[in-house]
Every structure is written in C-alpha cells, then in structure tokens.
Design a protein around this ligand. Structure first.
Ligand code: GLU
Length: 365
C-alpha cells in the first residue's frame, strides 16, 4: 500500500493550554523524555492546520504528555491500517486519533482507558438535494420494479375471472362476450376483468353466476387498488425522507463510503452494502456530494462535527449511532507507558481537565 508520512514535531510545553504555568516554568526541556506517536487526521479528533495539529485527541495527548513530562513527535498515517502497523512494528510507542477498541485489536495490542464514547452512524445527503422533484419522483415510481411487479400480479389475477366470465357469458345473447369462440371472445372478457379490477365496471355480465362473480371481483379491485396506493405512498415517503435510507437495514446493495481498514468498512460489508473505501474522511464527504455514493457510515463524533460545521445543510445524520464503540489510545503489547497514561487520563477525569478538553470540541453534545 502507498504510504506517506509527514512528521510534525510539537514542543509540548507551548501547546498545552490547560496545564498550570507554574509547573511549566520549572520544566527544563532537556529533561523531557521523547516519545514517538502516530496519529491520523480526522476532524475534530485530529485537525491539521498550517502544519500544526489540534483537535480533541491532540489536546488530550498534549495534556497527558505535559503531565508525564513527555516530548511528543507525531507521525501522520494515511489510514487506520497504517496507524496500527506503526504501533505493531513498534516504530512508535503509541497511537492516538479515533482508534476504536475492538476485540481483534485488543487481542493484538493494548488499549488505554476509553478516551471517548463513539459509535457508527449513517450520513446521507441533505433533504434539499434528495427527492426534491415531485415530477421526477412520480416518473421514477411509474417506471420502477414496484410498478412492474403490481402490473404482473394484476395481469395474472385477471386471468381467473376472465376465463370464468367468458365461459358463462359466451352463449348469452346480451352477454359481455359477443363472440362465443375462445378467440376473440376471451379478449372481451380480459378487457372487462382488467377494467373492473382498477376502475369501475363498464358493463355487467348477464348470467346470474357471472354477476355474483362480478361483485366479488369488484371487491377484489377495491382491495387491489388500496394496497397498490398504500405501497406507492410508502415508497414515495421513504424516498423523500432520506433517499430511501432510514437505517442500517436500508444500506444493503447501496454504495457506502467508509475509510480504508476502519470498523465502519467491516460493518458496512456485514450489512451487504458496497463499501467504497477512501483514505481521508474528507474524500467520503466529497463522494457523497458528487453522488458517487449513497451514504457514509463512519464514527458518530466525526460525522456530527461535520454535519454541524462544514456540512451544515448539505448532509443529514440518519438515526442514532447503530453500533457503540469506544476510542482508546493504542499501545504495543507490554508497553511500559500504558499504565502511566491511564493514571494521567483518570486524574484528568477527576480534576476536570478531561471535561474542559471535551467541551472545547463537543460543547453542543
Ligand atoms: N474508529 C475508526 C476505526 O478505528 C477510525 C477509522 C479511521 O481512522 O479512518 O476503525
């Protein structure tokens, strides 16, 4: 796989905003232990702005580093697979971005305490761009598989009463079948049966049994039209709500953008959808707008941030996250750093530093 790394070194002391200045003043940069960290750009967890990294995960990492007197050098991985590989090969001591804690990863790596509750969510184009043309919707419905199926069922259904009516009426002088031969007589009967099914009967059979049948058939017509109308209304409504995607069950067969190697990619495949893998989440947003894909499945915190900022009005989130996941900091097995990072993380929860960082990026949640 093509991998390009950008190395960004940040002096931790300068970046840590939440730390106490008194402590900072005493720290001699020479005493700081250097730590290689791999991350990946994924707003608002990690944001790259003019060669500097910010975002929730970066603020968290910087605060931890500050407390543990670490000097962090960041490597940026192009996707989560490459991020895992950096940690697996021990080229770095830890990884932090939006790494979900999963059973498979837990078996191979070590995770910190959860740093954020996340989960997988669906995003589609905004209402304004989905199904906004009623005439187009109507045409699409008329020339759809649904309509074809109903036409087929109707076609088969009319064969039964048409044959009975033809049989009963063919000899009746004023009957609705003017010709006693099967051909063309049956065509009159078929026309009558079709007409009676979808509208009202133009003419009534004269034979007593045929009349009873005609009443039953008219009743069948009422039910048939009601069912057809109900189905069309439901299909139209669903199309107008979210281009036909209202939950994970609607993703089957749809083209869905996910980032390469992510938990979302695996989930989308489980749902029988067509996973379109991209490296950056911004590529997924572009694919959605250009209609290359029907939806995006990705981490809720990332999608919510986009929907509330850059994507406002252009995208919509579908339902709540359908699979819960937690983010963690990733370490190789037997990491010497992990337990100290955990202590720092838990202290940050207890003294409010975690909450402050959380609210900086997820204030409205
Ligand atoms: N939470 C996702 C995962 O760990 C993030 C994937 C990504 O970084 O693209 O699989």
């Amino acid at each position: 796989m093509f991998i390009r790394y950008v190395s960004i070194v940040l002096g931790m002391i300068v970046v840590a905003i939440t730390s106490a200045p008194a402590v900072l003043a005493q720290v001699n940069p020479a005493q700081l232990r250097e730590v290689q960290v791999v991350t990946r750009v994924l707003p608002p967890m990690v944001i790259e702005r003019e060669q500097a990294l910010t975002g929730f995960s970066m603020d968290l990492m910087n605060e931890i580093a500050n407390r543990m007197r670490l000097k962090v050098s960041y490597t940026i991985a192009p996707d989560v697979r490459a991020l895992l590989e950096e940690v697996r090969s021990r080229r770095v001591e830890l990884g932090i971005a939006a790494v979900s804690i999963t059973a498979a990863r837990e078996a191979e790596f070590e995770f910190s305490q959860p740093i954020l509750t996340a989960g997988l969510q669906i995003m589609t184009r905004g209402q304004a761009s989905a199904g906004s043309n009623p005439l187009g919707d109507m045409l699409r419905l008329l020339i759809s598989w649904t309509s074809l199926a109903w036409l087929g069922i109707g076609g088969l259904l009319i064969l039964i009463p048409a044959h009975i009516v033809w049989f009963l009426e063919r000899r009746h002088p004023e009957g609705i079948v003017p010709n006693s031969n099967y051909i063309p007589g049956i065509f009159y009967a078929l026309y009558w049966a079709a007409g009676t099914l979808v509208t009202q009967a133009e003419s009534a059979p004269k034979h007593a049994f045929a009349r009873v049948l005609a009443v039953l058939w008219m009743f069948t017509g009422v039910v048939f039209v009601a069912l057809y109308t109900a189905q069309l209304t439901a299909t139209l409504t669903v199309q107008q709500i979210a281009g036909g995607i209202n939950g994970p069950q609607d993703l089957a067969g749809k083209r869905v953008a996910v980032t390469a190697g992510s938990t979302a990619a695996a989930a989308v495949r489980d749902l029988q959808a067509q996973a379109v893998e991209v490296l950056q989440i911004s590529d997924a947003y572009d694919a959605l707008q250009s209609r290359t894909v029907d939806a995006i499945v990705f981490d809720a915190p990332v999608l919510m941030y986009y929907a509330a900022n850059e994507g406002k009005g252009r995208v919509q989130l579908v339902g709540a996250p359908f699979r819960k996941e937690d983010y963690g900091i990733l370490f190789p097995r037997g990491s010497a750093l992990r337990s100290d990072v955990n202590v720092a993380l838990l202290r940050m929860r207890e003294d409010g530093a975690y909450q402050r960082i959380h609210d900086r990026w997820f204030a409205s949640r």
